[in-house]
Design a protein around this ligand. Structure first.
Ligand code: MF3
Ligand code: CO
Ligand code: CO
Length: 281
């Protein structure tokens, strides 16, 4: 179904209405009104984001060689509960744990396990989503266990740069494709590839909402980004080829086909009249 921007008869058009209607008339995909969050909703997502950020800070303090990924997940569950939140991952479409822990060649959705232990040299993504008073905030960071190689360190750093160039491309009234284009250019310039099967997404009232935010694409394509929209950017960048494998065994774990490392960083943002504001920092 094609989304349309509708205005009530007799209501004066706001500056925002005019810009969105002009884009729609020019043939662009535009958001429907239900994707525009109210100031109260944004405040709720910001509060949820504050807990989610404190949670990632806790993960950063606790993660270390010899700890099991399952034990870290237990801490994520306890911390979230202690802050009156709910881990959105737990039970989401049957996901069995409170966070995703994705090591080295695991692209995303790694399942924490009490029999798997962090080892020196690993690069690890921990992805957490908090529900607080019904509002969702979603973010992930990379952590390095002990010392790693120069090659893996560079992948982690360039992937963070990819998130930053994606953020910079997301201007008010720009398009979803502007984000993906900027990220794809930066990754490829550095000799890396972009995973296509998994995307950023609208978030806030639910875990995954419209629009999808691919981390590759063409400028000026996809949905218009209007003030009040809340969404994630979460590039998954591979050192080798972009091909991924979906585990048939556990139904979740996504790995690189070539076994080479992958990295990811994620934030939740609100679009404002002046650009993106991070709700998870
Ligand atoms: N947090 C992930 C994302 O960024 C989704 C994880 S879903 C789960 O969209 F079920 F694996 F937890
Ligand atoms: Co996400
Ligand atoms: Co996430």
């Amino acid at each position: 179904m094609r989304r349309r921007w509708t205005v009530e008869k007799g209501q004066p058009l706001t500056e925002m209405d005019k810009k969105i209607l002009a884009a729609q008339k020019a043939g662009h995909t535009v958001p429907s009104r239900n994707l525009i969050r109210t100031p109260e909703e944004i405040e709720g997502i910001r509060r949820s984001g504050a807990v989610n950020t404190a949670l990632l800070d806790m993960v950063g303090r606790e993660i270390k060689e010899g700890l099991s990924t399952g034990a870290l997940d237990d801490m994520v569950y306890q911390f979230t509960m202690d802050h009156k939140g709910i881990p959105a991952d737990l039970g989401y479409e049957g996901f069995p744990k409170s966070c995703c822990i994705s090591i080295d060649n695991v692209v995303c959705h790694g399942i924490p396990d009490h029999n798997v232990f962090f080892k020196a040299g690993q690069i690890v993504n921990v992805d957490v989503t908090t529900i607080l008073d019904g509002y969702y905030a979603d973010a992930s960071r990379m952590f390095v266990i002990g010392e790693t190689t120069e090659e893996k360190r560079r992948l982690v750093d360039v992937t963070l740069e990819c998130l930053h160039v994606g953020m910079a491309a997301a201007k008010p009234y720009s398009y979803v494709g502007d984000i993906g284009f900027a990220i794809q250019c930066h990754a490829q310039k550095n000799g890396y590839s972009v995973v296509r099967e998994l995307c950023g997404h609208g978030v806030g009232l639910k875990f995954h909402e419209a629009p999808e935010i691919p981390h590759y694409g063409k400028p000026g394509t996809g949905m218009l980004l209007a003030p009040g929209m809340v969404f994630t950017i979460e590039p998954m960048i591979n050192m080798g080829s972009r091909e991924v494998h979906f585990s048939r065994e556990d139904g979740w774990t996504v790995t690189t086909r070539d076994g080479m490392p992958s990295a990811q960083w994620e934030h939740t943002f609100v679009m404002t009249e002046n650009g993106l504001e991070i709700l998870t920092q």
